[in-house]
Write a protein that binds this ligand. Structure first.
Ligand code: CDP
Ligand code: MG
Length: 151
């Protein structure tokens, strides 16, 4: 399995509801390593760049306004198959379809306010990490439990 990096973000609803720690802790406990993090208020052009693939969709404007509505925690995670592992922990986009045990399945009700973003593949992961972080923001280190996640 490849070592991957992925971009996840606790959205403004997660901050407002005091769920940032819960969300980060789910990734941590799965064994994904935090290698960068930043608590920020996103600028409009950055949000539009991040969500560029959705520009023509009817929910775009409302979604961008929501992303700009308050601070977010932007995080880079690293681990084996980190991109799909993080997506599995997050759950399906629509909370009505997200399974119990996933972040979206456990804590939210509507698609717009679905608490957390996770990159959907290697290209978007690379692109999204580079929108929010410079190479020097990313810290390389070993976690003591890394051998527990290898055969
Ligand atoms: O976040 P994810 O990759 O699961 O879903 P997406 O299809 O890439 O959509 C990005 C985000 O736009 C979602 O997480 C929702 O917050 C928002 N969205 C929305 O507000 N209404 C929709 N009908 C679809 C997505
Ligand atoms: Mg997406």
């Amino acid at each position: 399995m490849p070592i991957e990096r992925t971009f996840v973000m606790a959205k403004p609803d997660a901050v407002q509801r005091g769920l940032v720690g819960e969300i980060v802790s789910r990734f941590e406990r799965k064994g994904l390593k935090i290698i960068a993090a930043k608590f920020i208020k996103i600028q409009r052009d950055t949000a539009e760049e991040m969500y560029a693939e959705h520009k023509a969709k009817p929910f775009f404007e409302g979604h961008i306004n929501f992303i700009l509505s308050g601070p977010v925690l932007a995080v880079v995670l690293e681990g084996e198959s980190a991109i799909s592992l993080a997506r599995a922990i997050i759950g399906k986009t629509n909370p009505l379809e997200a399974q119990a045990g996933t972040i979206r399945g456990d804590f939210c009700q509507i698609t717009r306010k679905n608490l957390v973003h996770g990159s959907d593949g290697p290209e978007n992961a690379k692109r999204e990490v580079s929108i929010f972080f410079k190479p020097e923001d990313i810290l390389e280190y070993k976690r003591n439990d890394e051998s527990c996640f290898k055969e």
